[in-house]
Design a protein around this ligand. Structure first.
Ligand SMILES: NC(=O)c1ccc[n+]([C@@H]2O[C@H](COP(=O)([O-])OP(=O)(O)OC[C@H]3O[C@@H](n4cnc5c(N)ncnc54)[C@H](OP(=O)(O)O)[C@@H]3O)[C@@H](O)[C@H]2O)c1
Length: 278
């Protein structure tokens, strides 16, 4: 499984595929799905306060026996202040620190981007202190930030964001390609969520038809082709599933090498059938 890790600008590294807990619900059912993903081979769990299942994610990680071998991303998306918020997340997850803490979106960047980012920097710095007692995050970043928001942040940042998590699939590249390019120039890793969007939202569209043709030729599944396409853009793929077979397929997609022609064909299909961000 060739997903590997990607180096972050702060010296840490991030597994290049993540299993997300959005829409995975609560209780034993959610714990079982996340445990299933971990035993299939995922080593990166992507959660958020807004998903309201950090507790289930923590329980799945503990009962998998993997504990700190799992890279945990969570996001600031609650109404409480950020210091209380990271404490709550760590408590729910049953850990002293998370690996990556993101501002979930612009609406959480209150009162403004420079002020909230200063607080994020303090969360990272508290982990660097010799006797770090408080809940903290090893790396910090943002989510759903466009180029203008990143520029505002970078103007006053002492610590650069390690990651910007955004929607990435072929049909949004007319919007996201400049964001990916800017992030790459600035040393910010992009994590791309909703890689299967065309299969779910536009199954008869040209992106899916193109992915199906390539999949047939390579003897793989169309979703695996979309994953290989995302990987070719250098992004961390953030996905999810309720099914073991699909989870295994996602992981083995790390071995698929698309040809430059295949990548160009998917790029062109996405540009021919663009969609807006939600
Ligand atoms: N930062 C943000 O604002 C933000 C926003 C959205 C998501 N996220 C993160 O990204 C994660 C993944 O998002 P996502 O669930 O939208 O990812 P996704 O990988 O695009 O979609 C996963 C879904 O696709 C289905 N699927 C896969 N292949 C399929 C096929 N061939 N035919 C039909 N259905 C297929 C799976 O269904 P089965 O269950 O049947 O396998 C699964 O439920 C979330 O859990 C969350 O952690 C972050």
């Amino acid at each position: 499984m060739m997903w590997g890790k990607i180096a972050l600008n702060d010296g840490n590294s991030i597994p290049s595929i993540a299993f997300g807990t959005w829409r995975r619900g609560n209780g034993e059912k959610a714990v079982e799905i996340i445990k299933n993903a971990l035993s299939a081979g995922f080593t990166h769990i992507d959660t958020a306060q807004a998903y309201k299942n950090e507790t289930e994610a923590g329980e799945a990680i503990r009962s998998s026996g993997l504990k700190r071998e799992v890279f945990i991303t969570t996001k600031f998306s609650s109404g409480v202040d950020i210091e209380t918020s990271i404490k709550n997340s760590c408590e729910f997850l049953g850990v002293d620190f998370v690996d990556l803490y993101l501002i979930h979106g612009l609406k959480h960047a209150k009162p403004d981007i420079p002020t909230i980012w200063k607080k994020m920097e303090a969360i990272k710095e508290s982990g660097l202190a010799k006797y770090a007692l408080s809940s903290h995050s090893r790396s910090i970043g943002v989510s759903n930030f466009a180029v203008e928001h990143l520029k505002t942040l970078l103007e006053t940042a002492k610590i650069r964001p390690a990651v910007n998590q955004i929607m990435v699939h072929p049909q949004v590249m007319h919007i996201q390609a400049p964001v990916i390019e800017f992030c790459q120039q600035e040393g910010i890793v992009v994590a791309g969520y909703c890689p299967c969007f065309p299969l779910l939202d536009n199954p008869d569209g040209v992106v899916v038809t193109t992915a199906q043709q390539i999949a047939q030729r390579l003897g793989v599944k169309p979703e695996q082709v979309l994953f290989a396409w995302s990987k070719s853009k250098g992004v961390v793929v953030v996905t999810s599933s309720t099914k073991r077979e699909r989870m295994e397929g996602y992981l083995s997609a790390g071995d698929i090498e698309l040809s430059p022609e295949d990548i160009r064909a998917i790029d062109a299909a996405g540009l021919a059938d663009p969609t807006e961000l939600p």
